[in-house]
Design a protein around this ligand. Structure first.
Ligand code: PMT
Length: 347
């Protein structure tokens, strides 16, 4: 258990004061009895999840990298942002052959990372293994190899119509490397993602308060607890398979109220029904009490998003002119988040 819980009741026994003291960020909440019970159930839910789920491989090394990266940029007064990206898998077996997956290519997270770097941020890119990567995403083998020519001495040169683009991506990549602006941490399964999300947000909260967390990953709401999973590959000889998936505790709650109390937190919401989007986005804000929800609908994720804060709602769309000039929606998303965040800091 990484937190201690102290409770005291007021004289009329209706209001309780809870102190959740964890290593990084003590918080206190004043709540009614009903809310207290609800809260305790939630605390038990997410604590139980971490107690019953083994720590990912190389977790300690990844925590050290996170800490070093945050300290490096904090000492240079550089703004930090955590970007999560890609879908989580839910293994069906402990020695995993089969898994359930969430929709996400990682394009949004990778592009968002590039635009934050362009604005001067250092980025912790918590990404799904083999998902779309910043910078690399611009260079497919066809366009890269198609642009390479060989001179008479056998040296390779980049020429042709794509060379300008390749050069510009290469320059951005080189600057990112030289200034150490990007830390990539990978996950595959849901438990790995949640362990690393907690570690990254706690590290930022401690070493670089006033950072941002932009949660573009598509995170499963269902999983099979470790104890319910078979050890080896499920055999088809037993006939049709039926599996029961349990609900994953929503980790945005502890992220906002315990792990990342100093952070400006932005979540994404993906829906398929246009009538549900704003309602769901607003419900998420009210429930988790974070700062901003960026809503998107599956058929239009590359052209339109809705920004929902407690005070406002605004659609951000790519115009036809934007599209013709190769502008990506993530550029507009990052500029908007940056400006909302600056306004938030001022107030
Ligand atoms: O990667 P692309 O192909 O470019 O696609 C981008 C995207 C569509 C995946 C992205 O823009 C997006 O919308 N991501 C969020 C998808 C979504 O709706 O996730 P969700 O409803 O499962 O989660 C909403 C929020 O709750 C997320 O911030 C998530 O981190 C959080 N969550 C989810 C599950 C869980 N157990 N605990 C959580 O805290």
């Amino acid at each position: 258990v990484n937190s201690l819980l102290f409770m005291g009741s007021s004289s009329d026994n209706v209001l309780y004061v809870i102190y959740i003291v964890n290593l990084h960020s003590p918080v206190s909440l004043e709540v009614t009895e009903k809310a207290l019970v609800c809260h305790l159930q939630e605390v038990m839910g997410w604590e139980k999840f971490f107690q019953e789920t083994p720590e990912p491989v190389n977790f300690k090394d990844k925590c050290i990298s996170l800490e070093q990266f945050c300290q490096f940029h904090k000492s240079r007064e550089r703004q930090l942002v955590l970007v999560t990206s890609g879908g989580t898998t839910v293994p069906l077996e402990r020695n995993t052959v089969r898994f359930v997956d969430n929709f996400s290519s990682g394009t949004r997270g990778a592009a968002t990372t590039e635009y934050f770097i362009a604005l001067g941020y250092a980025v912790i890119f918590l990404n799904r293994e083999k998902s779309v990567q910043p910078f690399e995403r611009h260079l497919n083998t066809e366009s890269l190899f198609g642009s390479i020519t060989e001179d008479s001495d056998g040296n390779l040169c980049i020429t042709g119509p794509n060379s300008q683009k390749i050069k510009s991506v290469y320059n951005q990549y080189k600057e990112t490397k030289t200034k150490n602006l990007l830390l990539k941490i990978t996950f595959l399964s849901l438990p790995e993602y949640l362990w690393l999300l907690r570690a990254a947000s706690q590290t930022l909260n401690t070493h670089a308060p006033e950072s941002l967390a932009v949660l573009a990953a598509a995170v499963s709401d269902f999983f099979i607890p470790q104890d319910d999973m078979t050890e080896h590959k499920i055999q088809s000889g037993g006939g049709p398979l039926s599996v029961t998936l349990q609900i994953v505790p929503k980790m945005l709650k502890p992220l906002v109220s315990i792990w990342g109390t100093n952070l400006y937190i932005v979540s994404f919401k993906l829906e398929t029904d246009p009538n549900q989007l704003q309602k769901k986005a607003r419900e998420a804000l009210e429930r988790y009490k974070h700062h901003l929800v960026v809503g998107n609908l599956l058929p239009t994720i590359r052209v339109c998003v809705t920004f929902v804060t407690r005070e406002s709602e605004e659609d951000v769309k790519l115009t036809e002119e934007n599209r013709q000039n190769g502008v990506e929606i993530e550029k507009l998303i990052v500029e908007k988040i940056h400006s909302l965040y600056k306004t938030y800091l001022k107030h």
